[in-house]
Design a protein around this ligand. Structure first.
Ligand SMILES: Cc1cc2nc3c(=O)[nH]c(=O)nc-3n(C[C@H](O)[C@H](O)[C@H](O)COP(=O)(O)OP(=O)(O)OC[C@H]3O[C@@H](n4cnc5c(N)ncnc54)[C@H](O)[C@@H]3O)c2cc1C
Ligand SMILES: NC(=O)c1ccc[n+]([C@@H]2O[C@H](COP(=O)([O-])OP(=O)(O)OC[C@H]3O[C@@H](n4cnc5c(N)ncnc54)[C@H](O)[C@@H]3O)[C@@H](O)[C@H]2O)c1
Length: 479
């Protein structure tokens, strides 16, 4: 067994791990980066990038197929070549992976170990059966894996997850997507728009992680107008029939349906990669799911020299958060025991469906039960959205009655990836609704819809303030 010694060992060379490695080196410390799977990161290989490439192809197909209301007609048939679609997805994906591989190649060979790491103690790791590493501190950056309910595993190779989709050589004829979370909606809608007969079934009423019931209802209405999306539905049985999977499910209205599909695409959530780490050999306190208890501000596991960053910590499983986490964990691991709380950015999430869904700042479900007013705009009559025939969805903004501050927003509509940025920046700058309304708004743009929601919020803030004053008057009068 090879024996190594380092200042910081990092488990996982994904986005968080690479960022942690760079932070440790920038602090002038020695680092070893351990990777068990293929280099290239989840984001570039099977996550953000290939999914957006598939969605881009679907948008092209949808734009062509839905041009008639503008008076633009395709006389003849629209042909989607599944092989060409998947070829571009994989070619461009490989290009993005290539950039990551180049940066990994730039890391000195002595700083990289191939193999799966597990803990022997708080400061000692074993990598496969070939290397033992003693480190001053350790960063866990092992990411997450798709969760496949046990009952579906028996269906064999016709049960797939997002990773498999991005290795297809051609588009299948039919797919059932299990789960209408972020992955299920993005991939399900893209496949449907590319001509794949797609059914999406979700066991709850959830859609793309939205927590505001009104925004969610408007989004679901838009999706259901074009997609077979069944919420609050339950799978009754699944069986294999040759190369097909036969699925029986009950929809919300009690009706029973049976479909036969080429693939069952499971998108029922992801689980942190902690099971194989043998964390029971460390001082970490583990919860009933085997997750170590850690401080979300410092990313430190208990009082140990172990830090946890990226998707594996389960806080905000998003690319920019993984990169930030990696940097914070790397800095703290390098400085251990002198550790500092992380400086977080305003939260933001975007789902690349159509309509796009997004959240910025505080989510509806986290709002205080009192002292908040909500302004809104429905995009059905919003000028620019109607011009583009993208007039679907709703935006709701949350304002704080006490100081008029803008707290956050949830939204479904056109160009929400950009609106979400404006709003997250406003949250981070701690702007008030009144200050936001003093900003310039061009005409005609989707941002005018945001202004409508902000004006509605400002009006309600003023009314709430007035109510407060009246209550105060009453108190004075009755004294
Ligand atoms: C389909 C899909 C689409 C997505 N789209 C977006 C998007 O549009 N925008 C966005 O912000 N986010 C998106 N995400 C989320 C984003 O990809 C993740 O948040 C991010 O990739 C997480 O990075 P990470 O470093 O935590 O994990 P990873 O990149 O998964 O890195 C973990 C690494 O650890 C390695 N590893 C695991 N266990 C061990 C071990 N014991 N020893 C050694 N190595 C180990 C793994 O092989 C892996 O390389 C998407 C995810 C998916 C699945
Ligand atoms: N655009 C983006 O930023 C982007 C894109 C893709 C993924 N991601 C990240 O990946 C994470 C994981 O996404 P995800 O979609 O896998 O998880 P998710 O938690 O968003 O959604 C899972 C969905 O599956 C449903 N579900 C669970 N068990 C089920 C069952 N047995 N049958 C039917 N439905 C079931 C849940 O009700 C939920 O709606 C996201 O939280 C996000 O952070 C981000």
């Amino acid at each position: 067994m090879k024996v190594l010694n380092t200042d910081v060992a990092i488990i996982g060379a994904g986005t968080a791990g690479l960022s942690a490695y760079r932070a440790v080196k920038a602090a002038g410390k020695r680092a070893i980066l351990i990777e068990g799977g293929p280099y290239g990161t989840t984001c570039a290989r099977v996550g953000c990038m290939p999914s957006k490439l598939l969605i881009a192809a679907a948008e092209a197909a949808h734009t062509a197929a839905s041009a008639a209301p503008f008076g633009v007609h395709i006389d003849g048939s629209l042909r989607i070549d599944g092989k060409q679609v998947m070829d571009r997805v994989k070619r461009e994906r490989d290009r993005f992976v290539g950039f990551v591989l180049e940066s990994v190649e730039g890391i000195p060979a002595s700083d990289k170990i191939r193999g799966y790491a597990r803990f022997l103690s708080d400061t000692v790791l074993q990598v496969d059966d070939h290397t033992e590493i003693t480190a001053g501190s350790i960063v866990i950056a092992t990411g997450s894996s798709p969760f496949i309910p046990e009952s579906y595993r028996a269906l064999g190779d016709r049960v797939v997850v997002n990773d498999d989709v991005f290795y297809w050589d051609d588009l299948p004829d039919s797919v059932m997507v299990l789960g209408s979370g972020v992955i299920g909606l993005e991939l399900g809608q893209a496949l449907a728009r590319l001509g794949v007969n797609t059914t999406i079934v979700n066991r709850s009423g959830g859609a793309g992680g939205l927590t505001d019931p009104e925004v969610r209802a408007s989004a679901v209405k838009a999706f259901q107008a074009e997609l077979a999306l069944h919420l609050n539905a339950s799978i009754k049985s699944t069986r294999r029939d040759g190369d097909q999977v036969v699925v029986s499910y009950q929809s919300e209205d009690g009706a029973e349906h049976t479909v036969s599909v080429d693939y069952l695409l499971v998108a029922t959530g992801r689980t942190p990669n902690v099971k194989e780490l043998d964390l029971h050999n460390t001082s970490a306190v583990l919860n009933d799911k085997g997750m170590p208890v850690y401080d979300s501000a410092t990313l430190q596991v208990g009082r140990s020299p172990i830090f946890i960053a990226g998707d594996v910590n389960g806080v905000l499983p998003l690319l920019h958060e993984a990169a930030d986490d990696g940097q914070f964990a790397g800095e703290n691991a390098a400085a251990y025991p002198e550790i500092e709380p992380a400086q977080r950015r305003a939260p933001m999430a975007v789902v690349f469906s159509d309509p796009q869904l997004a959240q910025a700042g505080m989510r509806f479900k986290d709002l205080p039960s009192q002292g908040v007013v909500i302004g809104e705009v429905d995009f059905s009559n919003q000028g620019r959205s109607r011009v583009m025939l993208k007039n679907r969805g709703k935006l709701r903004v949350y304002g704080c009655v006490r100081d008029g501050r803008f707290l956050g927003a949830e939204m479904a509509g056109p160009a929400m990836e950009h609106i979400a940025h404006l709003l997250a920046w406003a949250v981070q700058k701690e702007l008030s609704v009144a200050e936001m309304l003093k900003m310039p708004f061009y005409h005609p743009v989707v941002e005018e819809g945001l202004r409508t929601a902000l004006r509605d919020c400002a009006k309600k803030l003023a009314a709430a303030e007035l109510e407060h004053v009246c209550e105060g008057d009453q108190a004075v009068n009755s004294a």
